[in-house]
Design a protein around this ligand. Structure first.
Ligand code: G3H
Ligand code: 13P
Ligand code: ZN
Length: 312
């Protein structure tokens, strides 16, 4: 099976009330850890690549790794550009074999976001590629853009029908209180999401797939491993998994996870190196890192997203 778009994945996910995991990939071990778990659980999966990932690993290496995962697993896999900042990077990914791109115009004025998103949709659709847009702003750090909590804005449900109709996007990322990175809430702060906004968006856009960014739960056992083996992560609080389950049962069809993967990989490597200080073969510490990513992704697929068995 070749790479797929997200159209069929989202149609079924919406209908059956689950979500597809969209995991960020930066190297071979991450691609393998994710797709081995997805293959064993027979789950469709989205592998997403940020501008930073393209800069780190090069576009060609990442596309070839993902193509290898498709050949190896036979799974329906979509290759997605995460947080495309402008038309040029979206075009480059459409031309370079991606099946889905995100144009993140959320930092622009509403009318500029509409115009930019529409331009990307026209190009992408002409080439058989689907597009995710964004309305509302998350706090946190994406590539070099750091949005402070004060500048983050929840999505205004009153804008969604106009935005989707005028741009022609295939899915929409909204801001309901999640944020990027490992520090989503202040110590002592109770995690809360604006499910009322999600509900209203779902009411206004029946059947339309919604995307949740900044959805890592920040696995506390991994924070503890990092800190036990020389790390110094302050209190890191993520999105409780029961909230992700609830979002997946509503209009959310795509849930983005990156920080949890980073944490899993780092925890495994720290532990291995602390316990085996004389080892220096990267395969020795990257094997447990890959295995730990695989277990994390399996947990997300089976216990949180509800997409196990949905590739059948
Ligand atoms: O939303 C951002 C993703 O976690 C990607 O992060 O831009 O550092 O690769 P990155
Ligand atoms: P996390 O930082 O919560 O993993 O969010 C990732 C993300 O939204 C990628 O677009
Ligand atoms: Zn994001």
């Amino acid at each position: 099976m070749p790479l797929v778009t997200t159209t069929e994945m989202f149609r079924r996910a919406y209908q059956e009330g689950y979500a597809i995991g969209a995991f960020n990939v930066n190297n071979m071990e991450i691609v393998q850890g994710i797709t081995e778990a997805a293959a064993e659980e027979k789950a469709p999966v989205i592998l997403q690549v940020s501008a930073g990932a393209r800069k780190y690993a090069k576009h060609i290496y990442l596309t070839k790794l993902v193509e290898a995962a498709v050949a190896d697993t036979g799974l329906p896999i979509a290759l997605h550009l995460d947080h495309g900042a402008d038309f040029e990077i979206c075009k480059s990914c459409v031309d370079g074999g991606f099946t889905s791109v995100m144009i993140d115009g959320s930092h622009h004025d509403y009318e500029d976001n509409v115009a930019l998103t529409k331009k990307v949709v026209e190009y992408a659709h002409a080439h058989g590629v689907v597009v995710e847009g964004e309305l509302g702003q998350l706090a946190g750090i994406e590539d070099d853009v750091n949005v402070s909590e004060d500048d983050a804005h929840f999505t205004d449900p009153a804008q969604v029908e106009d935005f989707v109709t005028r741009t022609g996007v295939d899915s929409l990322a909204i801001a309901i209180g999640t944020s990027h990175g490992a520090y989503k809430f202040k110590p002592g702060q109770k995690p809360q999401l604006r499910f009322d906004i999600l509900e209203e968006v779902g009411r206004r856009l029946p059947g339309f797939p919604i995307v949740l960014h900044g959805a890592s739960s920040v696995t506390q056992s991994d924070v503890a491993i990092v800190n036990r083996f020389g790390g110094q992560m302050p209190d890191a609080i993520g999105i409780p998994e029961e909230m992700l389950r609830k979002a997946a049962s509503m209009a959310v069809c795509k849930i983005n996870i990156d920080s949890d993967l980073r944490l899993a990989m780092t925890a495994a490597i720290r532990q291995y190196m602390a316990e085996n200080p004389s080892h220096f073969d990267p395969r020795q510490y990257l094997s447990p890192a890959r295995a730990h990513i695989k277990e994390l992704v399996r947990h997300k697929i089976v216990d949180v997203l509800g997409c196990a068995g949905k590739a059948e």
